[in-house]
Design a protein around this ligand. Structure first.
Ligand SMILES: [Zn+2]
Length: 220
């Protein structure tokens, strides 16, 4: 089975990933505008109508901007935990609130959508609730950990299972320390529920590399 993976956006300007087969696909996060999603799909000759679901990792603005539109206007089911759903509907950046498109999931319980088997798992970050996703397609395992402050035992378990890994490497320690951000923000970013530094991510991978890992995508 041919599998396509595409990063439509990552970092503070908006996060959105696509994973698809010939027949159907899913989005992980919806932090970029619909017009942008459609344009990128056209550029890559992908069919927007093959998107069967949107899975959300947490309710920070750069991950959910377009989720209301995708869910309610385009009728695409939105999957995430009840707490993240609550956070989405309280968020200032989501003008179209979720109602009919809502699908609740539980951490560590798999759901099946099209060709995909998807399992959400806990990650340490400072959204209302925070998950990573482990996605199995045709015997291949994709693990998504896009925003997390450190690697817990649970996170490590899913990183080690991955054939294809999307893992955050967010900042350079020295650049963050010397940079213009206020102290509270620097502390938030570097804290245990903030983001992974490039060094932390590299060290973890160097120590825990598994032979099955074929591809690493760094989420910034
Ligand atoms: Zn975040």
């Amino acid at each position: 089975m041919k599998i396509k993976f595409l990063s439509l956006g990552s970092g503070s300007s908006g996060n959105c990933y696509y994973l698809g087969t010939e027949k159907n696909g899913i989005l992980i996060d919806a932090g970029i505008g619909i017009r942008n999603v459609k344009k990128i799909f056209k550029d890559y000759k992908l069919d927007f109508s093959t998107i069967k679901a949107v899975f959300i990792t947490h309710d920070h603005a750069d991950h959910i901007k377009a989720v209301g539109n995708l869910g309610e206007k385009y009728g695409i089911p939105v999957f995430t935990t009840p707490e993240i759903h609550k956070g989405i509907n309280k968020s200032y950046c989501v003008t179209e609130k979720l109602s009919t498109s809502v699908n609740f999931i539980k951490k560590e319980e798999s759901v099946e959508v099209g060709d995909f088997k998807i399992t959400a798992f806990e990650v340490p970050h400072d959204g209302t609730d925070n998950v990573g996703y482990c996605i199995e397609i045709d015997g291949k395992v994709f693990s998504f950990l896009t925003d997390l402050g450190h690697i817990t035992e649970t996170a490590a378990k899913y990183i080690k299972r991955a054939d294809y890994l999307i893992l955050e490497a967010n900042y350079d320690d020295e650049m963050l320390a010397m940079g213009p951000y206020p102290k509270y923000l620097k502390e938030r970013i570097a804290g245990p529920n903030g983001h992974m530094s490039n060094r932390e991510t590299a060290e973890f991978l160097a120590e825990n590399f598994q032979a099955n890992l074929k591809y690493i995508c760094s989420a910034i």
